[in-house]
Design a protein around this ligand. Structure first.
Ligand SMILES: O=c1ccn([C@@H]2O[C@H](COP(=O)(O)OP(=O)(O)O[C@H]3O[C@H](CO)[C@@H](O)[C@H](O)[C@H]3O)[C@@H](O)[C@H]2O)c(=O)[nH]1
Ligand SMILES: [Mn+2]
Length: 746
């Protein structure tokens, strides 16, 4: 019996059957191929617009094959934490990483909540160490963490005693339904006390934030005097430490602000993660690490056990480099007006990738193996490669800190983690050294080890680099879901995020860590590599869609046509209808509404032609060495009260002078002009054979998608598109129309 139990796996993978979806997906592919072949044999193919349309449609077909391939064999993992506890004598240490970078865009109270939810994880506290990287070098963030650590001394025991599910106080106290399940007098009293204390904590932080009480930069805070965000020495502070077992019940809490100097490139989040890796290597050196963004709170306090089921499974688990939990968003605006809650992507694409070589690394909510981050291959985990842990080789790879080399030798040499007797505060000096700007010079950090540099979507190449070595990855989706975070709450912040992703991913696509290179020269399996195209192609997709949209406008303005007549037109129309039905079904199947579907459809058109397009252009500038790309941080608007989550204002489109809106407005104006020209018959007389119903329908659909912009043209204040944007767009649109009319394309 005991033996049998020992054989049970810690996790299982179940492949889902989605036959109907496969059928409809394949049918769409069939129609696409039919459309292409119809074009090939039509007499029109040799006009320039038709040629462009053919190229774009070939690309759409390729993209569809990529999507189909990604979705084809979805899988879920089922974890058994109860078995884990029977199997292992002792749970391993886990290091927890949180990154924050800007106390204004990422208010410290958000970081505090994330940290509190981590400190209160249902896991032996002695085994946890939480590291907060502050790229903002903000005394305010540090202050908030110190205050939070005091609160944690009561909060953590309270959560554990009453088995609270959501251990981020802001969220816990704002959700009325969470507080009713226990009615005992004792609970009510403690609950009230905690609520009061949390209120005081947030009040204190708020006051300092708004400078009604200025922060004295003395004592503990003296190190922050004379610092600037981009010019300061390393600051490392141990906030909570279990020294001499004085109080138990809380994990370590360590504040890290790496050195910044104006003439050094800091590599944004990837740089911060590598510093955390080294600092934690010195201070706790856990074999596993969890990394979250500052706004991702723990929603399932047992998540570490779930993830370890996968990483510690004695069979399949050994090949797993990282465990990715979905990103899900709390307080999401109803029906996802800005299409940024990513539900469809996770449900279909990422689950689909989970059935192949594993999901991509999404930058947050991820459990890593330390030795994988240190560059090991799967086969090196069990059989230590000779010479790999020789000191001079390690120094060349990991840099010259003696203490760090010692700890890295443990990791690389496979002798596991060092014992519990490490005291973080003994390592402040060594940690300061490894957090300095110069430390990485000439080492492998960011090139072959750790988080990779070079793209502002550092997560994807970092994950690809692991899979290239033959590692797999897994999703972990326990119930309740593992983490919840903030999705951008506005149009502009959504666009900034999308632009960053598109630009970073385009750089990855053309770089040396591209999926193609991984397939050709590494161990990325064919279908897994192809599914990575879904992600890394965002920028390219924009280029093709913008081209297609322009060709359609051209046809209407110059009175010519790209859509075939007769049968060909019917193929195009059925494709359009069936594609939309298919997307609608995908939404309805997982419980999303029709409004949600439409919002996603139109946002897909809008973001591809604007944010992704600009991202693509900026990636081109970067790749050609003209200018560098910048990581613009997404604003985290916190709704502690949870109240305005669904009010009417939340989902409305607000505009400003940003270039993304110039692109969008130009596209809209061009199509409006094309419509007018077509309807009033103002096409030039020398023009072609007449534009048809195909162009008309496409253009109408586009204008429908762009309806929020159309409203914006007439809106007032922040709901209106600024006059300067309208003027600039009008000039661009006029130039375009003029060019089309002069027929210089043909
Ligand atoms: O110089 C920087 C810039 C950012 N960050 C942190 O990186 C995280 C992600 O930044 P955010 O602005 O929230 O970007 P998102 O678009 O929300 O993040 C997604 O996309 C990023 C890559 O583009 C990934 O790194 C993230 O994990 C992923 O959640 C945040 O915790 C930031 O504090 C830093 O630590 N240093
Ligand atoms: Mn985020």
């Amino acid at each position: 019996m005991a033996n049998q139990e020992h054989d049970l796996p810690l996790y299982e993978k179940v492949w889902l059957k989605r036959t109907f979806q496969r059928v409809i997906d394949s049918f769409i592919l069939f129609l696409l191929l039919l459309l292409l072949s119809n074009r090939l044999f039509s007499s029109n193919t040799f006009t320039f617009p038709c040629f462009l349309a053919f190229i774009c449609e070939s690309w759409f077909t390729f993209t569809w094959i990529v999507i189909l391939n990604s979705k084809w064999s979805p899988a879920i993992t089922i974890t058994h934490p109860d078995r884990l506890l029977q199997r292992v004598q002792e749970l391993p240490p886990v290091d927890l990483f949180v990154t924050t970078a800007d106390p204004v865009l990422e208010s410290p109270i958000i970081t505090v909540n994330t940290v509190l939810s981590l400190l209160a994880l249902d896991y032996p506290t002695k085994k946890l160490a939480c590291y907060v990287s502050d790229d903002g070098c903000s005394p305010l963030t540090f202050y908030a963490l110190v205050e939070a650590s005091k609160f944690a001394k009561l909060w953590v025991p309270f959560c554990k005693k009453h088995n609270i599910q959501v251990r981020a106080p802001a969220r816990y106290f704002s959700d009325a339904t969470m507080n009713k399940n226990e009615d005992s007098l004792e609970f009510r009293q403690e609950w009230l006390q905690m609520k009061d204390m949390y209120y005081n904590l947030s009040q204190k932080i708020e006051e300092v934030t708004h400078k009604s009480i200025p922060l004295q930069l003395d004592g503990e805070f003296a190190v922050f005097s004379n610092t600037e965000q981009r010019n300061h020495p390393s600051i490392i502070k141990v906030i909570l430490e279990n020294k001499e077992g004085l109080f138990d019940g809380l994990p370590y809490l360590i504040y890290v602000s790496r050195e910044k100097r104006p003439h050094y490139h800091h590599n944004y989040k990837a740089g911060a993660m590598n510093v955390l890796t080294r600092v934690s290597g010195l201070m706790s050196n856990a074999p596993f690490m969890l990394n979250v963004d500052c706004d991702m709170i723990v929603n399932n306090p047992k998540i570490v056990q779930h993830a370890l089921c996968i990483l510690m499974d004695s069979q399949k688990g050994k090949e797993v480099a990282f465990v990715q939990c979905f990103q899900q968003f709390m307080d999401g605006i109803k029906d996802d007006p800005f299409g940024n809650q990513l539900v469809i992507a996770f449900e279909y694409i990422i689950r689909g990738m989970a059935g192949l070589q594993g999901p991509f690394y999404g930058g947050t909510n991820t459990f890593h193996r330390r030795n994988t981050i240190y560059g090991l291959y799967p086969h090196e985990i069990e059989t230590v490669i000779k010479g790999k842990s020789e000191e001079n080789i390690l120094i060349q790879q990991f840099g010259s800190s003696k203490e760090f080399i010692k700890s890295a030798a443990h990791v690389v040499g496979g002798s596991g983690y060092s014992a519990n007797d490490i005291t973080p505060s003994n390592f402040i000096e060594a940690a300061t050294q490894v957090a300095n700007c110069e430390y990485e010079c000439g080492t492998f950090w960011g090139k072959q080890l750790g988080w990779l540099y070079g793209s502002i979507s550092e997560d994807v190449p970092t994950g690809l680099n692991m899979q290239r070595k033959g590692w797999r990855s897994e999703c972990c989706t326990p119930d309740p879901i593992a983490f919840t975070g903030c999705a951008p709450r506005g149009l502009l912040s959504t666009m900034i995020q999308q632009k960053r992703w598109a630009s970073g991913l385009t750089v990855v696509f053309f770089g040396k860590h591209s999926p193609l290179m991984g397939m050709l020269f590494g161990k990325i399996q064919f279908r897994a590599g192809l599914s990575y195209f879904w992600l890394t192609n965002w920028g390219l997709r924009a280029a093709f869609l913008v081209c297609y949209v322009s060709v359609i406008a051209y046809c209407m303005i110059a009175n010519t046509s790209i859509f075939p007549q007769g049968l060909g037109l019917w193929i195009a129309i059925s494709l359009f209808v069936i594609y939309n039905i298919h997307a609608l079904l995908e939404h309805l199947t997982i419980g999303l509404s029709i409004t949600n579907w439409w919002n996603n459809q139109r946002m897909c058109v809008m973001r591809t032609t604007t944010a992704w397009f600009i991202g693509f252009l900026s990636a081109m500038l970067k790749l050609s060495g003209i200018s560098d790309t910048v990581f613009e941080i997404t604003e985290k608007e916190h709704t502690t009260s949870g109240a305005d989550g669904n009010n009417a204002d939340a989902g409305r489109f607000k505009f400003d002078e940003s270039p993304v809106f110039v692109v969008g407005t130009t596209i809209l104006l061009v199509h409006l002009a094309a419509m007018v020209i077509k309807v009033l018959g103002l096409q030039p007389s020398h023009s072609g054979n007449g534009s048809g119903i195909g162009e008309f329908v496409s253009s109408t659909y586009l204008i429908l998608c762009y309806f929020p912009y159309l409203k914006g043209l007439f809106g007032r204040g922040k709901y209106g598109i600024p006059l300067s944007t309208i003027c600039m767009s009008s000039v661009f649109a006029l130039v375009f129309v003029q060019l089309c009319r002069s027929n210089c394309w043909v």
